[in-house]
Design a protein around this ligand. Sequence first.
Ligand SMILES: [Fe+2]
Length: 339
Amino acid sequence: MPRQRRSPATPRAKRTPVSRSHDPQAAADTPDREPPSNQGLRRILVPQPPIPTGASPSPSPAHTLEAVCERLRADLRAARFKLPVPPRTAAQVLQACRREQSGARDVAEIMHRDPPLAAHVLRLANSAAYAGHGEIVTLPQAIARLGLGTVAELATAAVLRSSLGVSPRYMAEVEDVWRHSCMAAGWAREVARHRRCNVEGAFLAGLMHEVGRPLVLQAIAEIEDAAGRLFDAALVHEAADRLHAEAGAALAAAWSLPEWIGVAIAWHHAPESAPEPRDLPRTVAMADRLAGWTLSRPRPGIDVLIGEPVAVALNLYPEDLESLGERLDGVVATAEVVA
Ligand SMILES: [Fe+2]
């Protein structure tokens, strides 16, 4: 997600393909192909020969866009970049939900240690989106109603939400990112469902695809604090545009999330450059477009997405988009609940 959502009618993917090394926009969209020094990230990004040192630009002043990006990228690849630690309870819930032998009672037992998370799940179980007959008052009942998959989604959202601490200076941007990400998660699930692919994996990847943006904003805030000056807003947002995919992939690796999630995060702006299989990066890229479309005001018809390269890559024909468009209300309701 960029600082201002791009119009679905003019996506970056419609740019004329050019050599990546000469296309600053593409550079902003994709992780640099230089192999990172940290191992988890190295597996996610496709290794390429390092850029010859002789090709480096001349030294820049410390606070130019290039210098800030260079510093942050170097920190990322040397594993010096500060990454949040997932809250223990929520991470345990997530793991328990993924264990095949886990039951609602096991998950409830862990969740009781995290009252805000437990309260959130109970509230959701009784919300209009999931309400059945009668009020749910215990966690096992709530989990039985929602299903372990949904509880895992909520736990993931809770992990992310509580981990994305950021300077108050950039709080508004992070709120926008979160709203967009919840919407993208819902759309990723619908796109995957429509294409009969892994629904839960798509939701998770959609939820996390922009997770690097708050991390970059926080790193910039710390540089600003140390320097005793604020950067130009355009510089801050351009740096976040350039680095958020790689920062998000670094977080996925640091949290030992499955590699395919890291790949989807790393390549969500350039799914055709992702290592195979590209299905999930494409799904997340499509969800990113759909979330942008959903949140745009005024919102055009979904037919503005017809012919998007990523829609074509996913074999989404106009009737498929129309069918997806019919799920708009459900996606919005889910995003509101998860957020
Ligand atoms: Fe993005």
